[in-house]
Ligand binder design. Sequence first.
Ligand code: ADP
Ligand code: MG
Length: 367
Amino acid sequence: MDFNPAAIGRAPGRVNLIGEHTDYNAGLCLPLALPRAASAAVAPRPDGSLDLRSESFEDPWRGNVEDLAPGTVSGWAGYVTGVLWALRQSGLDVPGLDVRVDSDVPIGAGLSSSAALECAVAVAVAGLLDLPLSEKVRTRLAHVCVRAETEYVGAPTGGMDQTVAMLATEGSALLIDFDDDTTRDVPLPLAEEGLTLVVTDTGVTHDHATGGYAERRQECEAAARALGVASLRRASPADLDGLDDEVLRRRARHVVTENARVTDAVDAIGRRDWPALGLLLDASHLSLRDEFEVSCPELDLAVVTAREAGALGARMTGGGFGGSVVSLVPEERASAVTTALDVAFAAAGLAAPAHLTATASGGASAG
Ligand code: ADP
Ligand code: MG
């Protein structure tokens, strides 16, 4: 390290177990924090200047904290300056800084490297400003990081990633309700039950700042408007018949049924009914593939292959158009599943996928 950090923040990536494309529809989701995380080290600079570096990117970024404004910084540094801008917008007196970031969350793999980075920076700056990491501060920082990503970077994502990165508890998934902005720990005793969550990165990357994600969000808003409801959370399955537009009806059907699947998944976990949880993962994938249309051939191949090799259920996870698949697998089938995925990808002429085991980890921490 080429400087003495005054504060350090660390925040995890996440895998979403179920509840996809629901966060921006005032819906329900059930992510867990990964053992992979980003870290940020910060030290104040007296002249208001900023010097940002990432181990993952060659180019440093330099500027001034007073000049930060949405849409002015592109590339990776936008995520860091976005957090500094949003912290200032929230009333905090952020000084000039050296910022050094590092991460072992795969980038663009649907495992939320972006929110891990944002939350690590936010926690580091909070430490510098002597803010204790209380539940209230964590929630405030999660909102700051959402603003950084949506308003400053311009990626119209919901709040799932930042919320779980800030608020997750080790050993539990986090049930998030975006209707009333509440969260609840859902203990996930998978190891105890001889089960594991295998996460497979297909290597197909996506970019949420452009393209299909924004379009889906607009379609959901259009569907809610056509139904005369504030959000799709307020729509029932029966209401969907009232949508004349066939595409909007399918988008809305995904969101409405996905919210129900999250509730059912929480029940299944509570009953330790793992086959039922597996079937819910499968149903979520089919809905994302056929109704919401955010899957891709590589994700579909991974889901089918994992299932055939012994997974109890599997689905794409994250925003889609590439990224990762999460599979619920009996421990003794885990290596058979990853081998089958490697073989299937090779047979299809695709690059080897990367696998990791998701154990429910804790949220952001200082130091
Ligand atoms: P995901 O969050 O699913 O990994 P996103 O497209 O939302 O994918 O965010 C990826 C972007 O976040 C990267 O292109 C980069 O700009 C930024 N990013 C993530 N990790 C790092 C890092 N370690 N250093 C710098 N920028 C990073
Ligand atoms: Mg992201």
